[in-house]
Design a protein around this ligand. Structure first.
Ligand code: ASP
Ligand code: MG
Length: 420
């Protein structure tokens, strides 16, 4: 008998009927002879609504109080699910992050899990309970509530699976698995049977709204097999995420994602001297501002300056505005230009390693559509291009067709993609 960790996202527990449906999925797994630990997200748009509510009170809520507030969402769904399972005649008990021993870093709203004390959970499993754990939360110091960042329940589930040495971690939502791209944009996007951690990690990072990137990182660390599957079609196996995906290696590109959550910042006319980039990015790091694509232009010969451009999350723009004058003081820029009319379109595939011509093909496809590329960045298995927002769908459709990411069948997905 093994341990299976199941995670149910916000759409899967959006109302009482759906919670009852989840209770059945949990019992189905239990009847397979497994010990089951369940991680839940907050119901539907609860977390968004709680954020909205806080904004009605203050524009600068304390991060500690935000964690106290947001952690309540998952506690509603965990207790309701425990009741639904009890109602079907099975033993179930819910635990919040603290009760489940999920210790995090000492920081609010985006804490990383550092350790999980599974003693209590293991004892409860031994007593025959289904253990339901609130996703997205933990504690630091002496019982201070923390949260893991939006969408963090996936990471709770995988980290718990790792700590419990579970056989598998199943992530349930209302889609049938991981698709080659967003099926709302490309109707014939293909569902993948398998994808590697590396590819999934890149896709999650570049904006495929399926999984919290840190959950994939954690799965890779523990070598924990993960499945993304639908809570409404329990017999479908969804997409398996594992170490190596040999099946797809004969294809250069596995998936495409389009991220519209970033803005481009250009720091103009920075003096080209040692230490300027370090000072600039240290300032951003001190404010906890994550930077994605970075480009530094050639130094201009006449005045020895260059431009440094990078992207940050749109949601960090307010924080960035607060340090604009410090940036000016430090690197003496002539102008700081912010462009929010952009999206980042990325192709990802382990099969592009050592295969020349993939970037050229991507740029060609964009050129044929008359799309200008504003920034480019690459990793071993990813190529990202920043383009104007109005071309997002055109680029996605054309690239999917060029790299065979679409098929003949229309993807069977409902209007709503998972609430992450
Ligand atoms: N409820 C949290 C959110 O909406 C965490 C999660 O759903 O994973 O971000
Ligand atoms: Mg959620």
């Amino acid at each position: 008998m093994g341990i299976i960790v199941q995670k149910f996202g916000g759409t899967s527990v959006a109302d009482s009927e759906k919670i009852k449906n989840v209770a059945n999925a949990v019992i189905k797994e239990k009847l397979n002879g497994n010990d089951v630990v369940v991680v839940v997200s907050a119901m539907g748009h609860t977390t968004d609504n709680l954020v909205k509510l806080s904004k009605e009170i203050t524009s600068h809520p304390s991060e500690r109080e935000m964690d106290v507030l947001l952690s309540t969402g998952e506690q509603i769904s965990m207790s309701l699910l425990a009741m639904a399972i009890n109602e079907l005649g099975y033993k179930a008990i819910s635990l919040n992050g603290l009760q489940a021993g999920i210790r995090t870093e000492n920081c609010h709203m985006c804490a990383r899990i550092v350790d999980i004390d599974t003693t209590h959970t293991v004892n409860l499993l031994k007593q025959g309970y289904v253990v339901i754990v609130a996703g997205f939360q933990g504690f630091c110091g002496k019982n201070e509530i923390t949260t893991l960042g939006r969408g963090g329940s996936d990471t709770t589930a995988v980290a718990l699976a790792g700590a419990l040495k579970a056989d598998r971690c199943d992530i349930y939502s209302d889609v049938e698995g991981v698709y080659t791209t967003d099926p709302r944009v490309v109707k014939t996007a293909k569902k993948l049977d398998m994808i590697s951690y590396e590819e999934m990690l890149e896709l999650a990072r570049v904006g495929a709204n399926v999984l919290h990137p840190r959950s994939v990182e954690t799965a890779k660390l523990y070598n924990m097999p993960m499945r993304v599957r639908s809570s409404f079609k329990l017999d479908n196996l969804g997409t398996l995420i594992i170490g190596v995906n040999q099946m797809e290696l004969n294809k250069p590109v596995t998936g495409l994602a389009c991220d519209s959550t970033q803005v481009r910042v250009v720091i103009c006319d920075v003096e080209d001297k040692p230490g300027n980039a370090a000072r600039l990015f240290n300032l951003l790091a001190d404010r906890n501002l994550s930077v994605d694509m970075i480009i530094q232009s050639y130094a201009r010969i006449n005045n020895n300056t260059n431009d440094i451009a990078f992207t940050i999350a749109k949601s960090d723009l307010e924080k960035f505005e607060l340090i604009k004058s410090d940036i000016n003081d430090i690197v003496k820029a002539s102008n700081i230009h912010i462009d929010d009319d952009i999206v980042k379109v990325s192709i990802v595939g382990a099969g592009m390693i050592d295969r020349p011509g993939i970037a050229a093909k991507m740029f060609d496809v964009l050129a044929q559509k008359g799309i200008n590329i504003k920034m480019i960045s690459t990793s071993e298995i990813k190529i990202s291009c920043l383009i104007e927002k109005r071309f997002a769908n055109d680029a996605t459709i054309a690239l999917c067709s060029a790299f065979e990411l679409d098929g003949a069948k229309v993807a069977d997905v409902k209007g709503d993609l998972p609430v992450v």
